[in-house]
Design a binder for this molecule. Structure first.
Ligand SMILES: NC(=O)c1ccc[n+]([C@@H]2O[C@H](COP(=O)([O-])OP(=O)(O)OC[C@H]3O[C@@H](n4cnc5c(N)ncnc54)[C@H](OP(=O)(O)O)[C@@H]3O)[C@@H](O)[C@H]2O)c1
Length: 281
């Protein structure tokens, strides 16, 4: 049983491979797919070139592979053709299982990043390959840069109101992927993977205060004032648009969730946001 992990040089891919090895999967049954194999040379498994933008790398890498974990590509806007190339190659190679990292409620979500995931899920369904969809919520780790700034300034800017984010740590998402890769009976299942405790901007500020040992207060802003403040801080127009749209999505509940799929798959409570903040701050 050979499994290929795409994006193996990334944060999540590396953690999935770690988790597979810790679960006792023999190293010779794990194939790390990397756009630049040299960047994965430290991994103790077989490394193959696997570039979503170069279809000629995909078919050779998939020879003899039973299961593929397709970790979504990293650049929004070009991901659908990249994912389509992998799905087509997996179908042509006759892989027996495809697992894909999607996003919370991808099929109905207004979240600005959801459209490409929804389209990818549809391509996977149309391919006929038995599949499992891992709809990963927000990473705790996404908050670290803004948490560091907030800790230094004593202020957290927000236009997400009382909106909640049910984030989880990358390691928990990686362990869920490894549980599905090594388990049986997951075909045809969509998992909504979220942390046990959803948090608001006020909760985040309190957690940063605790972790940093200095007070952090939330300044609640309208979307327009938030955009103006971020622009004044020197952020480019694209980043300002991304951050304020994200806060509007959060305010509307796009990342709130209370399902226990993640806890159930990993067999333990999810890692609290505070723990990730404490180790970083
Ligand atoms: N849930 C969330 O909050 C959240 C946040 C950020 C990202 N994501 C999504 O989750 C994915 C994994 O997260 P991560 O933290 O592991 O991201 P990451 O560290 O940026 O890793 C992304 C991986 O995708 C690979 N990749 C990008 N373009 C590729 C291509 N054309 N062909 C082959 N591989 C390619 C990268 O390879 P290189 O090393 O060669 O660049 C890298 O291995 C991201 O790619 C993104 O789709 C989710």
């Amino acid at each position: 049983m050979t499994m290929l992990i795409t994006g193996a040089t990334g944060h999540l891919g590396r953690l999935v491979i770690d988790s597979l090895l810790r679960r006792g999967v023999p190293a010779d049954q794990i194939v790390a797919g990397a756009r630049t194999p040299a960047s994965a040379a430290d991994l103790p498994v077989t490394v193959v070139e696997f570039d979503y933008d170069r279809p000629e790398t995909l078919a050779p890498a998939l020879q003899g592979v039973d299961t593929v974990l397709l970790i979504s590509a990293s650049v929004p806007g070009v991901r659908v053709p990249q994912h389509a190339a992998v799905i087509d190659a997996a179908a042509a190679a006759g892989v027996s299982r495809l697992i894909y990292t999607s996003v919370t409620r991808a099929d109905t979500s207004e979240l600005l990043l959801a459209g490409e995931h929804k389209m990818t899920e549809e391509l996977i369904a149309a391919s006929g390959i038995p599949s499992t969809i891992l709809r990963n919520n927000w990473y705790h780790e996404n908050q670290l840069a803004s948490a560091q700034q907030a800790a230094a300034a004593g202020v957290l800017l927000s236009s997400s109101g009382d909106g909640r984010i049910a984030s989880a740590s990358r390691i928990d998402f990686a362990e869920a992927a490894a549980a599905v890769l090594t388990g049986t009976g997951h075909e045809g299942t969509v998992y909504e993977l979220s942390g046990d405790t959803a948090w608001t901007a006020e909760d985040l500020a309190a957690a940063i205060s605790d972790a940093a040992g200095s007070p952090v207060a939330v300044t609640h802003l309208s979307a327009r004032d938030h955009a103006a403040a971020l622009t004044a801080a020197g952020l480019d127009e694209g980043t300002v648009g991304f951050l304020t749209t994200l806060d509007a999505n959060v305010a509307a509940g796009a990342l709130d969730d209370d399902r226990s799929d993640l806890r159930d798959l990993i067999g333990r409570p999810t890692t609290p946001l505070a723990e990730v903040l404490r180790s970083a701050l």
